[in-house]
Structure formats: structure tokens, C-alpha cells
Design a protein around this ligand. Structure first.
Ligand code: BG6
Length: 474
């Protein structure tokens, strides 16, 4: 179903994110028939070039980054929607032209795919040149601040020109199909929700493991580390979706209110509940990749998190994420308690587990106990009830839209459900700030781990002392 007609301005249109994600995402939506005939996508950046040059640049980027090779005719028809205006974010160049280009009566959206330091300048100029109207939307990328103070300042700056209902803070994890599925699984089935609490769930493991390192983006990453880059945003969102109460409706504020309550209920954590790691090896070395021989920034972090509320007290959530690990795999494993009493002499039934695979090979596995076949006694065996979305849903299951496709269309539709509200971002920083501060004060180095491993040995400590263990990363 096509969305309403729009003018989408992409600030930073010549940058990496526009090339890799935004333009290919828009192209795929166009192929799917969702971009209306009259829609315009206006590239805006400092580079002096004309629309033809930008179209050629966009076509090259789409060819490079959009999976299946697109045919030339489709690319040309898509490129006909593209325009370009050279704009200086902190100067005066281009703003009047942009103002004249915007059409009345169509949706206006402005994508800030630029360094956060420019957000304020752009917001201010959009307002002062009358380019944005009361219905316009702005889309802001992460990092949304680097601590509570800077996030508050950023929220304050944006709020001078835009209402909260106009601000779309992207966390691309929320655009992933399988992440949205967490809500479908929990709130559209009677099977899980009655068991979804500390009485029945022993613990939860959330893993986002990556094989990539930080080479090429070391200067950003070295200032952030895994906690700022992944935990404060993506992991926190996953945690919220797993732990939140059912919202009364699938409505932006209803969902975000419930997520916020989870973040606010996070118990402060001490150094004994965190392990930081840094990949160190002769061939692949974090400090070399980051071009900082003394770096103490973590490329891996594992944490034990407690949610201090009635539903979850007593059920820890173990989170871990890292770069240059053995495999690229993201999953959430909900480990249930063991049955309170076994009626079988031969074996105690092991705990059930529900594993939700976010990427790759999206799917869900429920580990259940059955009788091992054979004439002997009553020996139990645990088997997976396996569901791969690709198999269950056919071609539609494999052809999942990229997170950005979904999110950009939501901006045009005016649906903020999958975007972070200002208070949510601030609450997440309020929880991570003391962790980071303690690290800075301790000035200790992260534990070294081998590239291609499962992370530092010390991460197992978090689990072993609780008589638990991590699922293997593979
Ligand atoms: C980004 C982080 O937000 O998410 C990257 O900055 C990380 O460091 C990436 O690699 C992971 O996203 P995905 O979609 O590949 O899991």
C-alpha cells in the first residue's frame, strides 16, 4: 500500500549511512510499490553537485549495497524521484533554495544522517527558514548523546524547534522483523505470557555477537565502546521488549510507557556484575584497529542485570555483546525453571528453553522434554521444537525487509511506535552513566580475548558463580 505523498530531505546524503542503508532501503520500498508517484527524495549535503551527479551516486550505492542486483530500468525510474541541493549545515548556503523546493500539502520529513554536533544547527535552520511545518518529522540517528547530560542537551535543542511527536529517534534494532516479533510472540499467544515471570523463568540470556571488528570506524568506536555503542540502545531495547508489561494497545506511547518502566526499574549494578573485554591478537588487534595503542575501550561487555519489580525480582538477565567473536549471532534465550519434582526415577527433566533467534537464520526454538524412544524405562531426552521463519513463511520469510525500510516508512506514516522517546533515551543513559563513570575512575584495562573466540574467559565467571552457563556462540 503506497504511503501518502512526501518530500524526504536526507541531510548527509553523500555519507556512509545514506549509501548503505537509507537509499537502498528506499529503493526496495519503491520496488515494493510503496513510494507514491509524486514522492521526492532530496539529497542535501555540503558537496557541490547537481541532481544528475547525485542520482548517479545513489544508483552506484544501491547497486553496491542492495543484495540482489537491481535492473537498470528500475534504478532509473527510482532515480527520477531524487533531487539534490548543496546545503551548508552551519552556514547559509542552500537553505533558501531548500525552502523554495518544499511543496505545500505533502508530508515533509528530514533525516539527520549527520554527526550529532550538527543536529542543533540543522534544526534551527529548518525552523528559521520556515522549511519545517508543524506536521514535519525529523529523524535522528544514534549516537543520541554520549551520557545523560549530552542526551538531555540534545533533547533540549531539538525541543526548541520540534514537538516530541515530530522527533523520530532511530534505534534500528526496533526495525528488525524478528525484534518486532518479540511483541507478537508475547502478546498474541496464550502460551507464553502466563509463564513470563520470575516464578517460572530461571534467567534470560541476550546475546548480540558480531564477527566484524572496528577497523575503519575506530575513531568513533574508541570513544564509545560496547556499552555506549550497543548496550545503552540496542541491547536495552531488546531487554525492554522481553521484560515489559503488556501495553494496553499497540500504540506509540502505550508501548514506550511500558519500556520506560523497565528501564527505570533496572537495579544499579556494581563492578562484580560486569566483564569488559578487548580483542587482542597478532593478526586482528583492537588497539591496532582503533589506532590507539593504549586504548582501554571495551569491544566486548557482559553484564548481569536485575529488574527490580514484582514480575522479575529473582530472575537475572545476562547480556553480552562483542566484536570479533566466533560467529555473527543474535539471540534471546529464555531459560525456564526446572520442574519442581521429577516423577521419573531414571532422569530429572532438564529446564525448558525458548530461544528466539534474531539474526541470522531468524526463527524460534522451544526445547521440550520427551521420552527417549525404546522399550527400557522412562528416560527423558530434550528435543527442539524448531521453527525457522524462512521455512514457516516461505519466500516471505526469507525476504525480510531491512530495518531501515520499515522505519523510514513509519516516519512517513507518522507512526512512532518503533522509535525511542526522549525520556526513554535519557533513562537508559541514567542507568549506564554510573557504569561508565566507575570504569573511568578505575582506569582498568578490559580483559583480553582471542579474536574468533566466545569472548573473555572472565565472562563465564558471571554465570558460573550462579551455577549457570552461557549458551555457546555459534
Ligand atoms: C550499530 C553499531 O548501531 O549496530 C555497530 O554502531 C554494530 O557497531 C551494528 O555493528 C550492529 O547492527 P546489526 O544490524 O548488524 O546487528
Amino acid at each position: 500500500i503506497p504511503v501518502d505523498e512526501f518530500d524526504l530531505v536526507i541531510f548527509g546524503a553523500t555519507g556512509d549511512l545514506a549509501h548503505r542503508k537509507i537509499l537502498p532501503g528506499l529503493f526496495r520500498r519503491w520496488l515494493a510499490g510503496q513510494i507514491p508517484e509524486g514522492a521526492r527524495i532530496i539529497g542535501a549535503a555540503r558537496t557541490q553537485q547537481d541532481a544528475a551527479a547525485f542520482r548517479a551516486e545513489a544508483i552506484a550505492a544501491i547497486k553496491e549495497y542492495s543484495g540482489t542486483p537491481p535492473d537498470a530500468a528500475s534504478l532509473d525510474s527510482f532515480a527520477a524521484h531524487l533531487d539534490y541541493i548543496a546545503v551548508d549545515a552551519t552556514g547559509e548556503t542552500g537553505w533558501d533554495t531548500l525552502a523554495k523546493t518544499m511543496r505545500p500539502g505533502v508530508i515533509r520529513a528530514f533525516y539527520f544522517s549527520v554527526a550529532p554536533a550538527l543536529f542543533g544547527a540543522i534544526a534551527e535552520r529548518l525552523a528559521s527558514h520556515g522549511i519545517a511545518d508543524a506536521d514535519s518529522r525529523i529523524v535522528v540517528e544514534k549516537p543520541f548523546g554520549r551520557d545523560l547530560e549530552s542526551a538531555r542537551a540534545l533533547n533540549g535543542t531539538l525541543a526548541q524547534h520540534f514537538a516530541e511527536g515530530q522527533i523520530y529517534r532511530i534505534d534500528h534494532y526496533l526495525g528488525k522483523e524478528t525484534v518486532q516479533n518479540l511483541m507478537a510472540v508475547r502478546f498474541a499467544n496464550m502460551l507464553f505470557e502466563p509463564l513470563w515471570n520470575a516464578q517460572n523463568i530461571d534467567h534470560v540470556q541476550i546475546t548480540v555477537a558480531e564477527t566484524v571488528g572496528v577497523a575503519g570506524r575506530g575513531s568513533y568506536y574508541d570513544q564509545s565502546g560496547a556499552i555506549r555503542d550497543m548496550v545503552q540502545n540496542h541491547m536495552m531495547q531488546l531487554l525492554c521488549l522481553i521484560a515489559m508489561e503488556p501495553p494496553w494497545h499497540f500504540d506509540p506511547d502505550a508501548v514506550r510507557d511500558e519500556k520506560l518502566k523497565v528501564i527505570r526499574a533496572l537495579a544499579p549494578i556494581g563492578p562484580e556484575d560486569i566483564v569488559r573485554g578487548q580483542y587482542r591478537g597478532p593478526a586482528e588487534d583492537y588497539r591496532a584497529d582503533a589506532e590507539n595503542p593504549d586504548s582501554r575501550t571495551e569491544s566486548f561487555v557482559a553484564l548481569k542485570v536485575e529488574i527490580a519489580n514484582w514480575r522479575w525480582t529473582g530472575t537475572p538477565f545476562y547480556l553480552r555483546t562483542g566484536k570479533r567473536l566466533r560467529a555473527r549471532t543474535s539471540e534471546i534465550a529464555v531459560i525456564f525453571k526446572e520442574p519442581p519434582h521429577s516423577i521419573f526415577d531414571e532422569s530429572d527433566p532438564p529446564a525448558n528453553a525458548l530461544v528466539i533467534k534474531l539474526q541470522p537464520n531468524e526463527g524460534m526454538t522451544l526445547r521440550v522434554n520427551i521420552k527417549e524412544p525404546g522399550p527400557g524405562g522412562m528416560r527423558l531426552v530434550q528435543v527442539p521444537l524448531d521453527m525457522s521463519f524462512a521455512e514457516a513463511l516461505g519466500p516471505d520469510g526469507t525476504d525480510m525487509p531491512d530495518a531501515y525500510e520499515r522505519l523510514i516508512m513509519d516516519v512517513i506514516r507518522g507512526n512512532q511506535t518503533l522509535f525511542m522517546r526522549g525520556d526513554e533515551v535519557e533513562a537508559a543513559w541514567a542507568w549506564t552513566d554510573p557504569i561508565i563513570r566507575a570504569w573511568d575512575e578505575a582506569a582498568a584495562s578490559p580483559e583480553a580475548y582471542d579474536p574468533g573466540s566466545g569472548g573473555p574467559e572472565e565472562a563465564s565467571r558471571l554465570m558460573h558463580r550462579d551455577n549457570r552457563r552461557w549458551r555457546e556462540i555459534r
